[in-house]
Design a protein around this ligand. Structure first.
Ligand code: NAP
Length: 282
């Protein structure tokens, strides 16, 4: 696995280790930008499956340093794809809802045309194209709005701000599917076990705005804070964000795979795991 120390990678390693021998690598081991080293590690380990979760994931940072974003997310992905092809192994690529422009206004299916509006999304779309082109056996998994204990995430930021300041302003005109990394990791284990190939959307069920997610986190954690909905223009960012990237899946149902639990369940489990609320069962 690449990106093994990241927010998703850490939970995914733990989940997959229950049933597989996992070799996890991250930037401290080698950079996927180094084609020779990537090929050498893959050839040495000779895995049956590679999960490629490494990426430059700072969406605004990708605008600041477009060369790095392209090198890591597109060329790095090409290096992993070539190595997977040489080793004859199955390649799972983690992609994003930000491949879409957000103008559809109804949930995006696997067959919808990507049209990214920021550089991060563009580098991931090119990554997807390269995977399809270079890796004969692959699965592109698009997911979204991740939160988990092993990385900087929106839920932690909101809880910290609300606790410290007693009030938060949160964007209410971007809608997506918040997803708990542990639930996603279990879902990835299941789609891999089913031998799914092609492209699949995998997120917690249901959708929300950032405001909805923040309100649920603050209320569930029992924090006494005022929360105000604001428009995207209240927080100018380097990268444009798509207004609507709810992901739906035709593929999961057809493969007989259960959807992931509602995002509110993911949030509750996450807050329990972080010790912010008690586990009262049920
Ligand atoms: N976070 C989200 O909301 C979200 C949503 C949709 C899709 N995704 C996708 O899901 C995957 C996992 O995301 P995540 O949030 O878990 O990301 P993350 O926490 O940033 O983890 C990515 C890991 O990849 C490493 N990495 C960066 N450049 C590398 C390189 N050149 N060679 C090897 N490793 C490198 C990172 O190291 P450093 O931390 O040192 O850079 C980090 O440990 C990514 O492919 C991302 O595009 C994420």
């Amino acid at each position: 696995m690449t990106g093994a120390n990241g927010m998703l990678g850490t939970d995914l390693c733990a989940v997959l280790e229950e049933s597989h021998e996992v070799h996890g690598y991250d930037i401290d081991d080698f950079s996927i930008v180094d084609a020779k080293r990537t090929a050498a590690v893959v050839s040495e380990v000779s895995p049956s499956i590679i999960v490629h979760a490494a990426a430059f994931t700072d969406v605004d940072g990708c605008e600041d340093d477009r060369h790095k974003a392209t090198r890591v997310n597109t060329l790095g992905t090409a290096n992993v794809a070539r190595a997977a092809r040489e080793a004859g192994c199955f390649l799972v690529f983690i992609s994003t809802d930000y491949v879409f422009d957000g103008s559809k206004g109804s949930p995006y299916k696997e067959t919808d045309e990507p049209r990214p509006i920021n550089h991060y999304g563009l580098t991931k779309v090119y990554g997807e194209m390269i995977i399809r082109d270079l890796a004969p056996r692959h699965l592109v998994v698009r997911t979204s709005w991740l939160f988990g204990p092993n990385g900087k995430n929106f839920v932690d930021t909101i809880i910290e701000k609300a606790s410290k300041n007693g009030s938060v302003r949160v964007v209410d005109d971007q809608r997506g599917c918040p997803t708990y990394t542990y639930h996603l990791a279990a879902g990835l284990r299941d789609v891999i076990a089913k031998g799914l190939e092609g492209t699949v959307h995998l997120t917690n069920s249901g959708d929300a705005t950032w405001f909805d997610l923040a309100r649920c986190a603050i209320e569930t954690a029992g924090i006494d804070a005022e929360i105000t909905p604001v428009g995207t223009s209240a927080f100018p960012t380097k990268a444009r964000r798509p207004a609507y990237t709810v992901l739906a899946s035709d593929v999961l149902g057809k493969a007989g795979i259960e959807p992931l639990p509602p995002w509110e369940c993911g949030l509750r489990e996450y807050l329990i795991r972080q010790g912010l609320i008690k586990d009262e069962g049920g």
